[in-house]
Design a protein around this ligand. Structure first.
Ligand SMILES: [Fe+2]
Length: 159
């Protein structure tokens, strides 16, 4: 199945290096979003505390699972996942959101982060499909679908 030009799952190495780079950027964005959501979980105050505090925990717990799946997809494709904060900070499409306490501001931060992930994942999906890497496309497409629904719910919270 594999030769010098293809990786262990029969995909062209040349095409995969672009997909791997994009996945490493996505991995960086997920880490930045993850740590932002932990901040919302810890620092949120006010009348919606008992709703938002556990909701943010559920969100970051799911993000942690996705982070591991993305990193292991990079390895499956023959790449090396980034794992240093300095690299994440350099490659993320999501910025740090520090010391946010207001519930609505936290939810807005979640919506903005999800929108950013979705945008990035649509690009990964298109690139992967072009390289006949349906496995990567399917992985991120599933995240997109789940996150689109989350955006509806978090926006419904905002009213
Ligand atoms: Fe906690």
């Amino acid at each position: 199945m594999s030769n010098n030009a293809t990786n262990q799952i029969g995909l062209e190495k040349a095409d995969m290096s672009e997909v791997i780079n994009k996945l490493n950027s996505l991995l960086s964005s997920y880490h930045m979003f993850y740590i932002n959501v932990r901040g919302y979980h810890w620092n949120v105050k006010g009348e919606h505390f008992f709703t938002l505090h556990p909701q943010f925990e559920e969100l970051y717990t799911n993000l942690q699972v996705e982070i591991d799946e993305i990193a292991e997809r990079i390895l499956t494709l023959g790449g090396t996942p980034l794992h240093a904060y300095s690299d994440f900070a350099q490659h993320t499409s999501i910025s740090e959101d520090k010391n946010v306490k207001d519930g609505n501001a936290c939810v807005k931060g979640v919506v903005t982060g999800l929108q950013s992930l979705i945008e990035e994942q649509r690009e990964v999906s298109a690139l992967a499909e072009k390289a006949e890497d349906q496995g990567t496309a399917d992985l991120v497409d599933e995240y997109v679908q789940q996150q689109e629904k989350l955006i509806w719910m978090y926006n419904a919270f905002l009213g």
